[in-house]
Design a protein around this ligand. Structure first.
Ligand code: HEM
Length: 209
């Protein structure tokens, strides 16, 4: 089954620019690529939700799925749906000895910011443990900007994170995924939305519980 590319906008409408579509498919693409990570998610889902594969999820269920949170954050780190954010300076700003003049157009690329190896060692490695509480405490403010930062950050970050978590949760409680295309074949293309060089193919197999 092909689910489209992991990074490219699949939606039209208000969230197309920030890419719920890419977010979902990026998460399931990476989940299907790392069986050991997927196994840990399945174990967590079974522990928190039990054998029920259909029932509604409560807030306490969702809050109990901690490892899934780390996986979703790490996917957004590697493949931030908004790969570039534009701002216009309202005054002269001095940064590291450089002056950015008033009214300059500034592009910030979360895709690149998230690959700062001082903050995220071995940055291409998919490692959800970076977001364990003891590790994420060392991530400086503004080093992880999948939802931007400051007064014009994503106004629905909490809602968007929960929405994606529910969706991924429903998929993974019912299916095992196997991504057929490796990361060196599915190349990221940085536009305003992150896009990919080709569609990704993911096999869905119904889970035996
Ligand atoms: C996982 C999904 C999402 C991600 C990663 C995301 C990320 C972002 C980012 C990076 C920005 C800043 C963009 C910029 O300044 O150029 C932003 C702004 C915004 N987002 Fe989201 N977003 C998501 C979902 C949504 C959804 C579902 C909605 C609406 C239903 C939404 C509504 C908005 C709005 C209205 C802004 C503009 C806020 C402002 O300018 O003050 N976002 N989002």
């Amino acid at each position: 089954m092909s689910v489209g590319c992991p990074l490219e906008a699949a939606n039209r409408g208000p969230s197309a620019r920030t890419g719920r579509g890419q977010t979902r498919s990026g998460h399931i693409y990476l989940g299907g690529l790392y069986p050991e990570v997927q196994e840990k998610i399945h174990q967590e889902l079974d522990r928190v939700l039990g054998a029920d594969s259909k029932g509604p999820l409560s807030i306490s269920d969702l809050n109990g799925l901690k490892f899934l949170d780390y996986v979703l954050k790490e996917s957004n780190r590697l493949y931030p749906p908004a790969a570039a954010i534009a701002r216009k300076t309202s005054e002269d700003i001095s940064i590291c000895g450089y002056t950015i003049p008033k009214r300059a157009q500034v592009i910030v690329a979360p895709f690149l910011v998230h690959r700062d190896e001082d903050v995220f060692p071995d940055p291409e490695k998919f490692d959800p443990n970076r977001f364990l509480p003891e590790n994420s405490a060392r991530i400086p403010e503004c080093a992880y900007i999948a939802f931007a930062a400051g007064p014009r950050d994503c106004i629905v970050r909490v809602f968007a994170e929960m929405e994606v978590k529910i969706l991924v949760c429903h998929i993974l409680r019912n299916f095992s995924l196997h991504s057929l295309d490796s990361r060196d074949r599915v190349l990221p293309i940085i536009k305003i939305n992150l896009q990919s060089s080709q569609p990704t193919r993911i096999k869905f197999r119904r889970r035996q519980q």
